[in-house]
Design a protein around this ligand. Sequence first.
Ligand code: FE2
Ligand code: FE2
Length: 324
Amino acid sequence: MRMIDINAYDERTMVLAKPVYDTRGRILIGSGRVLHARLVERLLEMGITCLMIEDEQSTGITLDDMLDMPSWLEQIQLMQLCYQTAKDKKVLMHREVFACAGKLLNEVKTRKMLLPMPASMIPKELQLYAHVVNVTIWALLTGVRLGYNELQLRDLAVGCLLHDIGKVLDADPANHPEAGFNFIKTCREVSLIAAHLAFQHHERLDGTGHPRAIEGTAFHPFAQVCGMANLFEAKISDGSLAPHEAIEYLMSLSGKRFTVEHVRAFVSAVPAYLPGMNVRMNNGREALVFAITSHLQRPVIRYQDTNEVVNLAENLSVLVTQII
Ligand SMILES: [Fe+2]
Ligand SMILES: [Fe+2]
């Protein structure tokens, strides 16, 4: 199984490895199917730009142990319900948000490796909710690296799940941090930290962020973690940057937008390469990222010419130089 841009789909050699879901989270096209040109066009119209496929090259690669897709979709739909209820009835469904936070925390704690699917794998109508679920997963992975306790991780997760709720409450997107803050703080059951996280997730350490341009220690650690996860998620889900590029981009912001300590924790918590990617090594040979096992930045690769499998965590002189 590997992830591809929908434009790279070739019906002669590829079948779907994971189903494509509709706006209600129902299976639209099942796994094992071939997509004909008309179907591909329809998916593009729905805003789906990324597919999980199986072809000769991807044989032996599995992503199933990294994320349970039906459960991921379930959380996305739950957040859709929460955001829509906030919009229509001005009610915060805190129990559902806590349940979602608990589920995701459990995933992060029990899986050795975790890899959220890009939001571009599902229809446009659901992408905001996939975004907040993915941001929460990346943030929790970072929170674990930072040594946060259970209570802190829960608050971080609730804040991340609600960080963009202002987007459905205020017509002007620029107001979403403040609109979210004002709404979340009216719910007594939700920690005030979650409200502040929503308020601060577009702030920057050097005081160039918005809406208040706070700086230094006024920028809450949870908001920093959410801010990094937010940037990373947005860049890889819209396809503008590959994961290793998004990591480098974040590293370039270290000490400016986020503290060095926070960036370091984030970088150590997220994978730089995804299974199924084609890469060129420093010895000039082409390879496929085969699995991520022990080290997030040093995957297991398989050479294209010989099918030899090499764990980069154990072969430190072999480096990925390029994604091809
Ligand atoms: Fe935002
Ligand atoms: Fe966001």
